[in-house]
Design a protein around this ligand. Sequence first.
Ligand code: ADP
Length: 432
Amino acid sequence: MDRDYSNLLALRGLVLYLLPFIIVGWLIGYLWPVLTIALTGLIVWHYYYQQRLTRWLWKSRNLLPPTAPGSWGYIYDGIYRNQRRSQSRRRSLAKLLRRFREASEALPDAAIVFRSDGSLLWSNKLAQFYFGLRWPEDAGMRLSNLIRYPEFFAYLNNGDFSEALTIPSPMRESLDIEIRVMPYSDDQFLLVARDVTQGKQLDTMRRDFVANVSHELKTPLTVLQGYLEMLTDVENVPPAMAQRAVDQMQQQSDRMKNLVDQLLQLSRMETPSHDVFEQVVDVPALIEELRLEGEKLATDKQLTLTVDVEPIKVYGKGDQLRSAMQNLITNAVRYTNAGGQIRITWREVNNEVEFSVEDDGPGIDSDHLPRLTERFYRVDPDRNSDSGGTGLGLSIVKQALQHHNSHLEVNSKPGLGSRFWFRMPAGLVVDS
Ligand code: ADP
């Protein structure tokens, strides 16, 4: 359809059309009337093709232009060519837009595009979820009306986007959303938001952890420092008092060592290891060892320890299982009042094997149960730190059990006692 059509060609066409009329008009002696008829015909011809063009442009659904001779054919083809070009440009733009939208939906972040006057141009699904936006109903609305937080309003108004802003999600207060805004054309801005709840929680946990460790170490260190100051003037300290000081210092340094040992144990356990079939653990022998240790601890309080053990061995990490069982037995001994009873069992239950330590001690209020395995959590911080505990025992148990596809369960009633237990999956039981 493409044709070259020069001015020269147009002129040649006109001359070729008029020439026969000029010759005939001149021969019959009516040059001007004949020429007028010829030019009128030319106008009618142009008018006809102009009408066809108008009809094709406005009424026809056919993309192909009607056929036309001469200069009109050239015009029709030119328009058709331009239409085709812009259609394919439109198509590739639509494709690009679709790809951009698909890519932005795949982003792990919420994205919002808005104008400098704050009106919403576009948002992805995650943004609709975080901020409760409705799409396309909210298109064109002001963002500060849609996300109604004074801090967000001030942030947008201020126009300084060098720092990120963190606000709670309007849909779920428990989600913390970090917002960043970037200008990306004269008049448009891209807002990217991400969920930073977990990061913030981890930050708080890390801060709490450091504060707790420092606090736990500070108390025995202060005691040690006090006694050391007293002993600098050792000649004036009565021997009985000096002995007491040394005993106390020994006790406090044991406490610090215990804390550091437990922290090291916890950090070792944090390294994931999938080799749970590392070794065969002779749990009955292990329990016997722990019973003897427990009895030594329990003599002052005259506790009775009974043991009911089935001869079942399991695959696992010996040191971690030892730690878990030892902590549970030590706690029972530590928290049970004088004359109390402690019962340790290891037995098969529905193809699994259950370890349980039951005592008739003070029991634990149900409010505390969900938090017992948190690091440094104690039911009664003042009383429990006197008992020599660090608040890390049950978090070590939790971590050790996690490595064995198991978890700690607690049944406890204040005044009636507690039962701490866990079950090891059938797959870890060694066939006898
Ligand atoms: P701690 O080193 O203080 O014993 P744990 O993590 O082992 O720390 O235990 C957390 C808290 O759970 C303890 O401080 C104690 O208040 C409570 N607890 C644990 N075992 C028992 C139990 N057998 N009877 C009563 N309370 C217990």
